[in-house]
Design a binder for this molecule. Structure first.
Ligand code: NCD
Length: 332
């Protein structure tokens, strides 16, 4: 279904073939599967709507924009922030959600396929949010779905809504996106958040640094895309030589669940730790980001440092998801 949507520009679930750009800056009725769907103009649109959502929540707590709409939250992998912020976003816009977090208790255990599960849920709901351990699963599910589907993380592939909230946080905290030096550090191989983030940052005038152990390097496919977008990047094993120059340090968890060999995970699990000693070498206006959950990567003593942006990221996630839901369901 997604393929036809992208090619024909038709709106999923619309009674007649409305052009995709008719409402919500082209988001109405569309799937959100990859950050490749965004350009700077679309990002800016979502950020300005997210700003409005922030002030709406601060002033009124909620609105009735999505009154009567139902979201299906289908999670085949653990989640705290993504699933609860989608639910909170829906509730604050006056809609409701159905959550299938424990797929073990659903018909998936009986052998039901992903397309069938998605088709079942969308007969009761207006939009599906899907997290799944297999790369490409969101695209597969969207092909069968008649209603919009949002990718909330597909294996080691992408996590588009996380990257949207990450960039929104950078813009909020630093006031700009062009002219920044951004380092991503940790598990760049399996971390889907850094895959999506790298692609989005390539839309801006950024200088990128990829800091990882050899076995967790950023995949060649993504490095190729960065080169093709005309950007320079530097791969490093250690952050020490650049810590004093960068504007953003984005650190990730080593993705234990993706390793075939547990011994290999043990070798790299504690490879980078951000502590007050490292922060002492960073610029006074550098921001430290993490998609969370953290395991070993950031010492808790760093939490009170005003440069620690990871709790702000979490909150921004709800405003970004409110903006996306309103845009996709046609009320932005
Ligand atoms: C991330 C994910 O699921 O990819 N978490 C999140 O959504 N904030 C990062 C991770 O699990 O390490």
């Amino acid at each position: 279904m997604i393929a036809t949507d992208v090619i024909s520009g038709q709106v999923k679930g619309a009674p007649s073939a409305l052009p995709a750009d008719h409402i919500g800056n082209g988001f109405f009725g569309q799937d959100i599967l990859s950050v490749r769907q965004f350009d700077r103009e679309k990002l800016d649109y979502i950020y300005r709507v997210a700003d409005e959502m922030r002030s709406l929540v601060k002033r009124f707590g909620k609105a009735n924009l999505l009154d009567g709409k139902i979201l299906a939250n289908l999670f085949y992998e653990p989640s705290t922030r993504t699933s609860s912020s989608f639910q909170a976003a829906m509730l604050r816009l006056g809609g409701r959600s159905i959550s299938i977090n424990e797929v073990h208790y659903s018909s998936v255990t009986k052998g039901e396929s992903l397309p069938d599960t998605v088709r079942t849920l969308e007969s009761y709901c207006d939009l599906t949010v899907l997290r799944h351990p297999v790369t490409g699963s969101a695209e597969l599910a969207a092909r069968y779905a008649r209603k919009p589907l949002i990718n909330a993380g597909d294996g080691t592939g992408e996590h588009p809504t996380q990257a949207l909230l990450d960039i929104y946080t950078v813009e909020n905290d630093l006031g700009r996106l062009d002219g920044l030096k951004v380092a991503m550090m940790g598990d760049l191989k399996y971390g889907r958040t850094v895959h999506s983030l790298t692609r989005l940052l390539s839309l801006y005038e950024t200088e990128l640094y990829f800091v990882s152990p050899e076995i967790l390097r950023m995949p060649d496919e993504i490095l190729g895309e960065v080169r093709a977008s005309g950007h320079n990047y530097t791969e490093l094993r250690d952050v020490d030589e650049i810590i004093g120059e960068i504007d953003v340090l984005y650190i990730t968890r080593v993705q234990k669940e993706r390793f075939e060999d547990p011994a290999q995970y043990d070798e790299v699990k504690g490879c980078y730790v951000v502590d007050p000693a490292l922060m002492a070498h960073a610029k006074s206006d550098m921001i430290l980001m993490h998609p969370l959950p953290r395991v070993y990567e950031i010492a808790m003593e760093v939490d009170d440092d005003p440069r620690a942006a990871y709790f702000r990221q979490m909150e921004n996630g709800m405003y970004i998801r409110m903006a996306l839901l309103a845009a996709v369901l046609g009320k932005a």
